[in-house]
Design a protein around this ligand. Structure first.
Ligand SMILES: [Zn+2]
Length: 230
């Protein structure tokens, strides 16, 4: 497969499935939301019924089917999106979810989105190996607070959706994070040095990628191909 010369950073969010470093947002599909709602309703129904009763058995049956439907839809969504992202880029940078999960969160919507995200991540990895591309996970620390233009820390609470920095950079909060994720990844891979600023990366990013990509792709091809178990 011909290299595309493109690299993409993805920031996972609650309001959107992800926001990428070009500012594009991918929504959770509406049908998936619907099924997830049905799933949590079915879960409530089971806990309401008397243990050992026929009604409980029926409710458990409905819950099982709701689970199956949601997992099928989630897989379908993850496979299609992952394939598309990997085909149109040579390097895909994501947050390291394992690190992120150290912070415990019992919120249901949050755990659902994390499940969908992990599955998507596995398929990204699968297609990367299949098509000789690179998917890299970076530590998520400070990706939303740092300015992607100048590197200064701009503290903001979750409710603040726009990143505004003294250096003049005004970006959607998640887009700023996605750029930071991409830059971290390119540094880890050695495409850019620690002293290079964002403007220079934008100007010459594709060129650097083209030059160094061949080596990375060769290394990547030697890795074994494995299909996610899910
Ligand atoms: Zn700045």
């Amino acid at each position: 497969m011909q290299p595309t010369g493109k690299a993409l950073g993805l920031d996972v969010g609650l309001n959107h499935f992800y926001t990428d470093s070009n500012g594009e947002k991918i929504d959770n599909p509406r049908y998936l939301r619907k099924s997830e709602k049905r799933l949590s309703k079915a879960q409530r129904q089971v806990s309401k019924k008397v243990k050992g009763s026929n009604n409980r058995k029926k409710a458990i049956n409905r819950l099982g089917r709701a689970h199956l439907k949601v997992s099928r839809q989630r897989k379908d969504f993850a496979v299609k999106l992952a394939r598309c992202v990997v085909m149109s880029n040579d390097i895909v940078a994501v947050e390291d979810l394992k690190v992120r999960n150290l912070v415990k969160n019992h919120h249901l919507a949050k755990s659902i989105s994390d499940a969908a995200w992990s599955l998507f991540r596995e398929w990204l990895q699968y297609f990367a190996l299949k098509f000789g591309k690179v998917v890299i996970a970076v530590p998520p620390h400070f990706t939303s607070q740092d300015c992607s233009g100048c590197g200064e820390i701009v503290k903001k609470s979750l409710s603040i959706r726009t990143h505004v920095c003294k250096c003049g950079v005004v970006l959607d909060r998640d887009e700023n994070a996605a750029i930071n994720i991409l830059v971290k990844a390119l540094r880890l891979l050695g495409y850019i040095s620690n002293t290079v600023g964002q403007t220079e990366i934008n100007a010459c990013g594709e060129m650097i990628l083209y030059l160094k990509l061949e080596t990375v792709l060769k290394q990547n091809r030697s890795l074994k191909q494995e299909s996610p178990s899910l």
